[in-house]
Write a protein that binds this ligand. Structure first.
Ligand code: ATP
Ligand code: MG
Length: 257
């Protein structure tokens, strides 16, 4: 499912946090939303997944105004992994992942063997197949994050919204998570912090600064020393990664420049 956002503005009280942002993810591309802490990434994503009402602009799913699409229909097509996954669920891992199937079940319909297969395969995708009977609350931060991704995969979405899906993960699982997401072959919009990872996995980047799009384009066009200096106020060196797609970025600590 394609997502198009046009001139979207979002306010908290009277303060405009997201200012006339336009972006899109279409043709099953993996799109990243980058930008410093507080630049408005989560706020923008929350308005896309309907936790916040925008103060202006329009959100389209497959070209259709979001306001004309029911929550139930949207839940079948869009999955969300938000930044707040540290909830105290008193459920097993399998039960949490099964929640991803809810939009596909009719009222009073119980899960079928197909739903269980989808749940098991989603757990395998994130390398958590041995954790199905564990209590969710007993998991580590990174394990919880992988379970939230498994729940989103089990939902079989056509659009995936991720808010910092890798922030608790060790380097191997950061790479694994982004590879899994890429292999889904669906439209993805992900707020990320790691610019190197974004350059390796993403097809297109938008950089937010103070609630506005500062730059957008393919990773090697957007991630330049000048843009990183302007947006993050950090000096860096950038080289093309020798054996893989993407860039290698090293940063200079602020006090030495
Ligand atoms: P991070 O990289 O730290 O996750 P972000 O780009 O996701 O940052 P947001 O969470 O969208 O940033 O926050 C944008 C701005 O809006 C911040 O200045 C934040 O303090 C402010 N903000 C967020 N939630 C609220 C709220 N409920 N009320 C008032 N201001 C808020
Ligand atoms: Mg955020």
């Amino acid at each position: 499912m394609d997502l198009t956002v046009k001139d979207l503005s979002v306010k908290y009280s009277e303060k405009e946090i997201v200012k006339k942002v336009s972006l899109e993810t279409s043709d099953n591309s993996f799109v990243a939303l980058l930008g410093p802490n507080g630049s408005g990434k989560s706020t923008l994503l929350r308005s896309i997944y309907r936790v916040l009402k925008p103060s202006g602009g329009i959100i389209l799913f497959d070209g259709k105004d979001s306001e004309d699409i029911s929550n139930r229909k949207l839940a079948k097509e869009m999955a969300v992994v938000s930044q707040m996954n540290n909830l105290n669920f008193d459920f097993t891992v399998k039960e949490i992942v099964m929640m991803g199937r809810t939009p596909h079940l009719n009222i009073l319909q119980s899960e079928s063997s197909k739903d269980y297969e989808i749940v098991n395969s989603a757990l395998e995708d994130v390398g958590m197949e041995d954790y199905g009977n564990r209590s969710y609350t007993s998991l580590s931060g990174g394990e919880k994050q992988r379970i939230m991704l498994a729940r989103a995969i089990a939902q079989e979405p056509k659009l995936l919204i991720l808010d910092e899906p890798t922030n608790h993960l060790d380097v191997r699982f950061q790479l694994q998570t982004l590879s899994i997401v890429k292999k889904l072959g669906i439209n993805v919009l992900a707020a990320l912090h790691d610019l190197t990872l974004a350059s390796q996995f993403c097809d297109y980047l938008y950089i937010l600064k103070d609630g506005e799009i500062d730059s957008q384009g393919k990773p090697d066009q957007v991630l330049t020393k000048e843009v990183i200096k302007r947006v993050y106020d950090i000096e860096c060196e950038i080289v093309q990664a020798p054996n893989s797609k993407g860039l290698l970025i090293s940063y200079y600590p602020p006090q030495t420049v």
